[in-house]
Design a protein around this ligand. Structure first.
Ligand code: NAG
Ligand code: NAG
Ligand code: NAG
Ligand code: NAG
Ligand code: NAG
Length: 419
């Protein structure tokens, strides 16, 4: 009776020392009491589970070893169901070898809590405690009737990816921390550029480091860091951290990189003057999105500016009528909260433009006209030459005839025949 009161007192004190466990009332039988957490303990595959447990033994019993079994809820557990035994000489189920540890190594503390690592769904079930020891010099054991129920579900927790503020041109280190604080096998942590499934070789990773921190004797934190130099093209790219536990249990997290990009004026920006109309285009990129200003407009009354935005690019088009212009360049200023960029856009005067304005059709038309006129000219020349040659051929014939006729003026019998 005294032991019972003492035990109850002990449990109430222990319960008050908050361990985050929702304790069930102790279940007692002849001074042997066990306290387990209320309800089913849930855990996720790949991670670990702690089965909180306290026990007291009957008067005169000296605890020596703690034994845990796992078996079907309404079956009696036997030696083949042993998953843990502080007496290391005894065999345990092979599937549990090295996966179970007692949180408090001193059995006499009455703390029978265990941690089971590298969980799989097969670890769901009921867990039973037995304490082996001596009573009045005889080797005895007591198996507690009440059991702990554990349910292991598929892994849903994801890694945590820490991203510091990212700025173009600077070196950065991303940290990925695996879920769970366990003491099982080290998970494998890998980094991939791109989203899940896709791999982007364009920006291969650089230095990765794996770290294991021992938080307590039975809890460790695993993390990996990725260090690389940030380029403008990293902005908006996805990076995935994948954590692989034993038994092919994996989880991953994808993050999108937001890189601060200083405003930059692209060299496709330009100014053109066409008679009295000045058109300037200034294109700038940056993140956060920059704005574009035209200092020239301070003293201008009539102008139009149109701005278009796509992604992290701004395009500002200025149209202005200039009566007399002395400037050779127009300044474009692009700024955001992180910086400013300026560019002098050289004014290109395009007089030819009016002809060009009609486009390639006009060019084609003029080519056709030129070719046709050339052909006509060549034909004319050929015709003239032909005519000239024919005329030249006719002339000597006539002369010959004249000559012949002159020669043959003397009467001859053939003369009449020839004529
Ligand atoms: C059992 O022992 C472990 C390790 O010392 C401790 O963290 C835990 O709180 C103890 N449980 C109770 C109920 O005191
Ligand atoms: C890491 O990046 C630096 C330059 O950024 C390069 O010289 C080095 O080869 C890279 N290391 C690996 C392992 O890719
Ligand atoms: C893990 O999964 C991959 C593909 O899903 C498979 O090829 C591999 O054999 C599996 N490994 C184990 C140990 O089950
Ligand atoms: C990245 O920027 C976009 C747009 O500014 C914002 O919606 C998003 O939350 C940012 N993401 C991170 C991880 O900061
Ligand atoms: C613009 O800059 C790129 C590189 O910065 C260069 O390759 C390209 O020739 C430049 N284009 C013009 C029109 O200046």
């Amino acid at each position: 009776m005294f032991v019972l009161i003492w035990a109850t007192l002990l449990f109430s004190v222990r319960s008050n020392a908050d361990t985050g466990v929702d304790w069930r009332r102790p279940f007692c039988d002849r001074g042997y009491c066990i306290t387990l957490s209320k309800g089913e303990i849930t855990a996720e595959a790949g991670l670990c589970v702690v089965i909180p447990c306290l026990f007291t033994t009957g008067y005169g019993f000296i605890a020596q070893h703690i034994v845990w079994y796992k078996c079907e809820a309404y079956e009696l557990c036997d030696d083949s169901d042993i998953i843990f035994n502080t007496n290391r000489n005894n065999e345990v189920q092979s599937g549990f070898k090295g996966r179970v540890s007692l949180l408090e190594p001193d059995v006499n503390q009455g703390n029978c809590s265990i941690i089971v690592n590298d969980l799989t769904e097969f670890d769901s079930g009921s867990y039973q405690l037995r304490v082996n020891g001596f009573l009045n010099g005889r080797e005895v054991g007591y198996t507690f009737y009440t059991r702990a129920r554990v349910s292991v579900k598929g892994l849903t927790q994801r890694p945590t990816v820490m991203i510091p503020p990212l700025t173009e041109g600077q070196q950065t280190t991303l940290t990925c921390t695996a879920p769970g604080l366990c003491s099982g096998s080290d998970p494998e942590i890998t980094w991939m550029w791109g989203g899940a499934g896709e791999t982007d070789s364009r920006t291969t990773g650089n230095i990765t480091a794996f770290k294991t921190e021992d938080l307590t004797a039975v809890t460790q934190r695993h993390s990996s860091t990725l260090t690389f130099n940030l380029l403008a093209e990293h902005h908006g790219t996805d990076i995935t951290c994948k954590v692989s536990f034993t038994n092919n249990i994996t989880t991953e997290e994808m993050v999108t990189l937001n890189v601060t990009l200083y405003p930059k004026i692209l060299n496709s920006s330009k100014c053109e003057l066409q008679s009295v109309v000045l058109t300037c285009v200034c294109i700038s990129e940056g993140f956060p999105l920059p704005t574009i200003k035209w200092p020239l407009l301070k003293n201008q009354a009539e102008y139009s500016v149109t701005t278009t935005v796509s992604n992290h690019r701004v395009n500002s088009t200025l149209t202005l009528t200039v009566k007399e212009h002395s400037n050779t360049a127009v300044e474009c200023v692009s700024s955001s909260e992180v910086g400013e960029a300026k560019a002098n856009l050289i004014i290109v005067t395009s007089e030819r433009r009016e002809a060009d304005e009609h486009g390639p059709c006009a060019v084609l038309l003029w080519t056709v006209v030129a070719v046709v006129s050339l052909i006509v000219n060549v034909l004319c020349i050929i015709l003239l030459m032909f005519l000239w040659i024919t005329r030249k051929k006719v002339k000597p014939n006539q002369e010959d005839r004249t000559y012949m006729s002159l020669k043959k003026t003397d009467p001859s019998p053939e003369y009449d025949v020839i004529v």
